[in-house]
Design a protein around this ligand. Structure first.
Ligand SMILES: Cc1cc2nc3c(=O)[nH]c(=O)nc-3n(C[C@H](O)[C@H](O)[C@H](O)COP(=O)(O)O)c2cc1C
Length: 238
C-alpha cells in the first residue's frame, strides 16, 4: 500500500478476531515504533505490554470498575460520592474526566453523536452506553493490551513523545494488517496494570491501547471518524 493510503486507511478498531498476535509480529511492531522522534531523544515513556493470562487478569480487574466509570462519565448525580463511599474512587495519575473547553467540547459531542448513532445507541439508552464503557474497559476483547506511562517531571514533552510513538506504533501495526485503538478510559485506574508490572517511580499512566487482528464483520468497525483539515492560525495582516 502507498504510505498515504495506509495513513488514510487506519481507523480505531473496536472489535477483534479471537486470534493471538504472533510474538514475532508484535515484536516487529514495537521495533518499528522505536524509530520515532523524541524531545532531546529522552523517550520519557515506558510501555507495559500484556497478552495471554496476564491480560485476562488486567481485563477482569478493569471490568470490575465498569459501573463506577459509567456513572462518572455520564455525570450521574451522586456517582462520585457513591464511588467514594464504596472505596471505588478512580486511582488515576491524570484526570480522564471533567469539562472540556467549549470549542473542543463541540468536537467531542459531534463525534460522540455520530459514533452512538452508528451503533444505534440512543441518548437515553443507559444499558447500551454502559455496555460501551464496559467494552472500553475490556479493551474490546483485543489479544494485546499496551499501557503507556509517561515521566511526570518531563510533562508535557514526555506526553508529546508518547503520542508520537503511539502514532508510529499504530501505523506500524496497520502496515502488518493489525488494528489498534487508544483507550484513554483505561488511564482512570492504574492499579490493574500496576498489579502485573513493575512501573518505575515517577511514571504516570496516560493511556492504554488495544491491538489485534480486526474483525472484518463487526459493524462497529465500519465507523469512520471525521478528519477535517488541520486548524491553522490566521496570519496577521501585513
Ligand atoms: C489518547 C487517545 C485516547 C483515546 N481513548 C479512547 C477511548 O477511551 N475509547 C475509544 O473508543 N476511543 C478512544 N480513542 C480513539 C479516538 O476516539 C479516535 O482516535 C478518534 O475519534 C479518531 O478516529 P480514528 O482513530 O478512527 O481515526 C482515543 C484516542 C486517543 C489518541
Amino acid at each position: 500500500m502507498e504510505f498515504s493510503e495506509l495513513l488514510q486507511a487506519r481507523y480505531s478498531v473496536r472489535a477483534y478476531l479471537d486470534k493471538p498476535v504472533e510474538p514475532e509480529v508484535l515484536q516487529a511492531v514495537l521495533d518499528d515504533a522505536r524509530h520515532c522522534a523524541s524531545w532531546s531523544n529522552t523517550r520519557g515513556y515506558v510501555l507495559a505490554v500484556a497478552t495471554g493470562e496476564r491480560l485476562e487478569r488486567i481485563r477482569a480487574d478493569y471490568a470490575s470498575h465498569a459501573e463506577t466509570v459509567s456513572g462518572m462519565l455520564r455525570g450521574r448525580p451522586g456517582a462520585f460520592l457513591r464511588a467514594l463511599r464504596e472505596g471505588k474512587l478512580p486511582k488515576a495519575d491524570f484526570k480522564t474526566w471533567g469539562k472540556y473547553p467549549p470549542e473542543l467540547r463541540k468536537r467531542q459531542v459531534a463525534n460522540g453523536k455520530r459514533y452512538y448513532a452508528h451503533l444505534g445507541i440512543g441518548r437515553g439508552d443507559e444499558p447500551g452506553r454502559a455496555q460501551q464503557v464496559r467494552q472500553n474497559l475490556e479493551l474490546f476483547q483485543a489479544p494485546v493490551g499496551i499501557f503507556v506511562f509517561v515521566h511526570r517531571s518531563l510533562l508535557p514533552f514526555s506526553a508529546q513523545d508518547a503520542g508520537l510513538m503511539l502514532s508510529t506504533l499504530m501505523l506500524a501495526a496497520a502496515n502488518r494488517g493489525l488494528g489498534t485503538v487508544a483507550i484513554g478510559t483505561l488511564a482512570t485506574w492504574r492499579t490493574p496494570v500496576e498489579a502485573e508490572f513493575r512501573i518505575p517511580k515517577d511514571y504516570g499512566l496516560i493511556t492504554g491501547l488495544a491491538l489485534g487482528y480486526p474483525d472484518p464483520n463487526a459493524q462497529i468497525n465500519e465507523y469512520r471518524a471525521e478528519h477535517p483539515p488541520l486548524t491553522l492560525a490566521e496570519p496577521r495582516d501585513g
